[in-house]
Structures are given as C-alpha cells and as structure tokens.
Design a protein around this ligand. Structure first.
Ligand code: SAH
Length: 260
C-alpha cells in the first residue's frame, strides 16, 4: 500500500524508539490507552503486549483501518474516523494515556483541541506525541526565547511539557523532509480559569502577529485604558511580546474577558 501524503503518513520504523515510547508511557493493566493515527500498527502491537485494560485507536485511513482490524481486532477498539471529529468522546472514569505519531499537517490542531477540553487533568493523564521538531520547540519554549509564541502560551496554560528525544527523518518511511521530536505533555492540576479558551488565542494572536513591535500597540488595541492596565499588571509597555510570561498573558486575557 502506498503511503498517503495527504494524511501525513510517515511510519516510524525504529524499534528502539518504539520501545522508548512504551517505556515512557509506563502502561499498567488498569490503563485506558488512546492511540491517534496507528497507521500500520508498529506502536499498537507494543501497546497490546503491555496488556492495558482497554486500547482505542483512531485511524482516518480506511485501508489501514481494515488492516488493523484484521491484525488486532480481538484486542482493540478501532475507530475509523477523523480524530478532529471525535476528540470529545474519550472521557472515561479514569485519566486516559494518549499516544500518537501525529500527522504533521494537523498536529497543532489536534493539540489545541485537547487543550480546550474542560477538566483536562481529570480525563487525561498524559500525552506522548511525536511532532515535527520545529513545532515541538514552539510548544515547549519558555518566554524570552525565539520559539516562544502563541503555541507555547496555549500549551503552558494547561500542560507541563518536556522533550524526550529528537528523531532523525531516516527513522520514518517514507523519509520526511524535517526532524521530529518525541515529547511528553502532562495536564496541570491547577490552571487559570478562562471563560473561553478562544479568547487566549485571540489575545495572543494580536500580540504575536506583531512580534517585533513593542507591546504598547497590541495593548492599545485591546484596552482603552491600556496605560492604567499595564500599571495594574506591572508590565512595561516597551517590552516585546516574547518578553511577557504565560502568567502575564493569562492575566491580560482574564482582564479582556471581564471587560468584553
Ligand atoms: N503511528 C504510525 C503512523 C503515523 S503517520 C507510526 O508511527 O508508524 C500518521 C497516521 O495518522 C497515519 O496512519 C494517518 O493515516 C493517520 N491520520 C492522518 N490524519 C488523521 C486524522 N485526521 N484522524 C486520524 N488519523 C489520521
């Protein structure tokens, strides 16, 4: 079967890395596991060997789903659907562990959809995902660094993130053009409550669409009394967007919500 570019199909072949994913996943017999885009089932097979309570896989490709069904049907639940249409369906009585070598064209969409789920830590214990390296760097970036931006802020609002390892293109078939990274993302127990997560995306978009400019301009765009508000939040209007911490952005967002 010819891998489909449109579905971001780059299958991970390296046994050592597959084993590392399983090791970091720490799968127990009571666990409910979700795997996104199992593809040919390289990782799936290893998850099954750990005998979790339940394994659910979501694969959009019809042919791959059929093959998975033939290979593993007795052991797993296969959902032949688009993950973006069923992200809300995986709320169980215990936090789920999620795995995925994500299709790169929609990887940030998948992550953002999970982040927007209410009570994330109640429903998910962690996510072990492979992203394009450049995207992984943006997810885990701290303020005052060049990769820090909208995705770092959205992720850090709900998740503790860390990189496990970089993965060379040659470990995949077909070989992608870019480096990849395996990262682990754990939902935080305590988070700042926002009325609408979309507001955080809106606010950070206003700041980072002018990332080299001083924040005076976006602040002015968001608030009439921007100078008073800057004082109140103790932020200097001459800073650049990347100099504000995630807490700064959450405070700005909360204030924006309270005034709109
Ligand atoms: N986990 C496998 C395959 C990774 S490639 C491995 O590491 O070898 C990405 C996989 O995601 C492919 O199997 C692709 O068909 C699937 N996929 C792509 N878009 C998807 C979507 N929207 N929902 C679910 N699966 C998707």
């Amino acid at each position: 079967m010819k891998p489909k570019k449109s579905l971001g199909q780059n299958f991970l072949n390296n046994e050592k890395i597959l084993d590392l994913i399983i090791e970091k996943g720490n799968i127990n017999k009571d666990d409910i596991i979700l795997e996104i885009g199992p593809g040919t089932g390289n990782l799936t097979k290893k998850i099954i060997n750990k005998k979790p309570h339940k394994l659910i896989v979501i694969e959009k490709d019809n042919n791959l789903s059929e093959n998975l069904y033939k290979k593993f049907n007795k052991n797993i639940k296969i959902i032949n659907e688009d993950i973006l249409n069923c992200i809300d369906k995986f709320k169980f009585d215990r936090p789920v562990k999620v795995f995925g070598n994500l299709p790169y064209n929609i990887s940030t969409k998948i992550l953002a959809s999970f982040i927007k789920i209410d009570n994330l830590s109640k429903f998910f214990s962690y996510f072990i995902f492979i992203f394009q390296k450049e995207v992984a760097e943006r997810i885990i970036a701290n303020y005052n660094t060049k990769d820090y931006g909208r995705l770092s802020i959205l992720s850090s609002w709900k998740l503790n993130t860390s990189k496990i390892i970089d993965i060379s293109p040659k470990e995949f078939y077909p070989i992608p053009k870019v480096m990849s990274s395996l990262i682990i993302l754990k939902p935080k127990k305590k988070i700042q409550y926002l009325n609408k997560p979309r507001n955080l995306e809106y606010v950070t978009n206003i700041f980072f669409s002018q990332r080299r400019k001083m924040i005076k301009k976006p602040m002015k765009q968001l608030f009439n009394d921007y100078e008073v508000i800057a004082k109140q939040l103790k932020i200097n209007l001459n800073l650049r967007p990347q100099n504000l911490t995630v807490e700064n952005y959450l405070e700005i967002c909360k204030l924006y919500e309270s005034l709109n």
